[in-house]
Design a binder for this molecule. Structure first.
Ligand code: FES
Ligand SMILES: [Fe+2]
Length: 392
């Protein structure tokens, strides 16, 4: 495993691995148990010590591009309302009215100059401050500044909106990413791309089973023999471990032309997909001409359920040189291909895995030395849980 070689050299390393029919590996296999996917106590710890402590991505900035654009998201600990402010910054709040606790904003997305509660019509400004109490003389002289929306730590960086799902935490995304991943993401200029489409899927599967499947270069030819398996090599990963986050290059089959012949100075980018794991719950896929983000979030109460979100980040139509209809057609096609593979091939397998994990006598299971990114994911989640337990 190497770190921070120039990209063309990292791709050449993937070619070398392919030539020798091997992959980067860890030294040991790692065990895990079925309990980790069904235990409600562990699920509570994950909500508090993972999502309540560290930043995770909730959207691409272009999804709420203009002032007063908002979106809502169900995080593991809070219902959240994310609002683009008048000055262009982004704030996140607990999506709950401070009168009697009604869900303040019901819609998934929209634009709103003030948020008005459906129950007794208290209203709030986009910056979260309490704007109006209906029949306010009946409340008398209360401290209005104490009844604004509860703010959550939120930061926009590298084009994405990040939140820590805990009003008492403070956020520093650069520090969380660390120098390597922060520099890598900065180099992608993701803020110059636009989110072509975002969609979420509620699945009867623990979030870690879901996340594991999208860090896995080992299942491709077996689970996807007629789709991804035809395009991407199985179990060939040129891997870099940054200690918290990681990334790996997987060669496409089109790269085979360079197995015999030296590619010389040919740019090799079109022949690979690069997968980034952003702890705690995202896979960012760098494709030759766009990015895909896959995010996995635990259900607020049930360890056997989760929500996956899929996003496609592409050059905006003006920058693409394409006509609007071509641009839409092109990315729509791309979106549908990914969606079909997920829904027809991955999701059914993963639902069945969850069912299997409910077996009382499941026995221990293993992550192979080749399952490098999965090992990082399991290792780092365990670390966060241990830190959380030690702090309480
Ligand atoms: S609960 Fe929102 S105004 Fe009463
Ligand atoms: Fe898959």
């Amino acid at each position: 495993m190497t770190t921070s070689l120039p990209r063309q050299d990292r791709i050449r390393r993937a070619i070398e691995l392919l030539r020798h029919d091997t992959t980067d590996k860890f030294d040991d296999v790692v065990g895990f148990t079925a309990q980790e996917f069904i235990d409600p106590v562990l699920a509570q710890e994950e909500r508090d010590y993972v999502f309540g402590q560290v930043p995770s991505i909730v959207a691409h900035g272009s999804e709420i591009a203009k002032p007063y654009d908002f979106l809502t998201v169900t995080m593991p600990r809070n219902n959240v309302l994310v609002v683009r402010q008048k000055d262009g910054s982004v704030k996140a709040f607990v999506n709950l009215c401070r009168h009697r606790g009604a869900l303040l904003e019901q819609n998934e997305k929209g634009r709103c100059r003030f948020f008005s509660c459906a129950y007794h019509r208290w209203s709030y400004d986009p910056d979260g401050s309490l704007r109006m109490i209906t029949r306010d003389n009946t409340f008398g002289d209360i401290d209005r500044s104490a009844q604004g929306l509860v703010e959550l730590p939120c930061e926009e960086r590298h084009g994405f909106i990040w939140i820590i799902d805990n009003a008492h935490a403070s956020i520093n995304v650069a520090e969380w990413l660390g120098p390597e991943m922060d520099t890598i993401l900065a180099g992608y200029h993701l803020d110059e791309l636009t989110c072509f489409r975002a969609a979420g899927f509620d699945e009867p599967t623990n979030w870690k089973i879901m996340q594991d499947a999208f860090l896995d270069g080992y299942h491709i030819q077996y689970a996807h023999p007629n789709s991804a398996g035809k395009i991407i090599h199985t179990n060939v990963m040129a891997f870099e471990d940054f200690g918290r986050h990681c990334r790996f290059i997987a060669p496409r089959k089109s790269i085979d032309r360079w197995l015999e012949e030296d590619p010389g100075d040919q740019p090799l980018d079109p022949y690979v997909t690069e997968t980034h794991f952003l702890l705690p719950n995202s896979t960012l896929l760098r494709q030759p001409d766009h990015f895909q983000l896959l995010t996995f979030r635990p259900h607020p109460t049930d360890p056997t359920r989760s929500r996956m979100e899929q996003r496609l980040m592409v050059p905006p139509v003006e920058a693409s040189g394409l006509e609007q209809s071509h641009w839409e057609h092109r990315w729509d096609k791309n979106w549908q291909i990914l969606l079909t593979v997920l829904h027809n091939e991955d999701f059914p397998l993963l639902r069945d895995s969850q069912q299997g994990m409910g077996s009382a006598d499941a026995g221990g299971m293993l992550l192979g030395r080749n399952e490098v990114a999965n090992q990082v994911f399991h290792r780092e989640i365990r670390k966060l849980l241990a830190q959380g337990r030690a702090a309480t």
